[in-house]
Design a binder for this molecule. Sequence first.
Ligand code: ATP
Ligand code: MG
Length: 342
Amino acid sequence: AILPYGRVSCLIALNARRARVAAPTCGESLMKISKQEQELVQSITRPFRVTRGDRFRLAGIAPGDTLHFDSEDKPRAQEALKKGVQYLAALQDQLYAQDRWSVLLIFQAMDAAGKDSAIKHVLSGVNPKGCHVTAFKAPSAEELDHDYLWRCMKALPEHGRIGIFNRSYYEEVLVVRVHEKLLAAQKLPPRLVTKKIWKHRYEDIRDVERYLARNGTLILKFFLHVSKDEQKKRFLERLDDPDKNWKFSMADARERGHWDDYMEAYEQMIRHTASEQAPWFVVPADNKWFTRAVVAAAIIEGLGSLELHYPRVDEAKQQELAAARAELMREGRGARAPRRGG
Ligand code: ATP
Ligand code: MG
């Protein structure tokens, strides 16, 4: 079904609850987001938002899902993304100025699901000063000498910043679960390595996220859910296109052989770690334009829920500002007019 332009264009350019965000091009003026627009953004995040894992089944979300939008909506969705990116930039400006909340965005996915490009597109408008991306690869010797959360805790965002984890401590219940030899490399005291280790990790992760949420970190977690067929297509593109050859790695292709184990691990992870304070978004990832729209909408909605605003100045500060203005206006008034002929 072809939707009216307005419906698609406001897909992601929306903000929850407070319904007021700074206009992207002009920091001072505020733009009103209508209730209808809020409902629209919710309508594309709700189907993919998991806050209670007990009934979650990965099979319930199709990687190719685009809700009621079809490929004809793609160009308009791209336009909408541009607008959404500007809203995000405006919200981030307030987040930074207010300097109270931190935002942690976690991205997990199989290879070639589009983590990098989703991060790149959705956050393309934000001020780099207020945003930091950390990619977590196989741990170094130094990292293996610590508990598994150590390296991630060091990279948490400061107040007023957005921290992006491209992979995260969730690898500890994914790749490490699929390849148990990685667990052996972690040099844990043997009696702590029991069948319960995954359950314990889920519990500890939940506790840490609750702690962070209680201390002012907004946590949004994205699993970009790509299908095995689409991954194959993207791998083949990487092999066929010389400019993409560098992206291909044999290791990625090998991991594909463990697809079902990974899907099982992802499902268990989401079931055990989805919570109201740290929801998972299971984002269909076979169509990049749709993936980006959902991710952008979820972040806009999340930031909107923080009721951000620029710091308001107190009486004393206002007087200081008035004095500074008067001083600036006086400048030059007493200066002599240039002499003629002189
Ligand atoms: P890209 O391929 O786009 O550069 P990527 O995130 O896949 O991005 P890679 O360097 O290919 O980066 O892969 C990182 C690898 O590190 C992944 O296979 C991941 O599973 C692995 N990894 C991440 N964290 C851990 C961990 N704690 N223990 C073991 N392996 C990990
Ligand atoms: Mg890779």
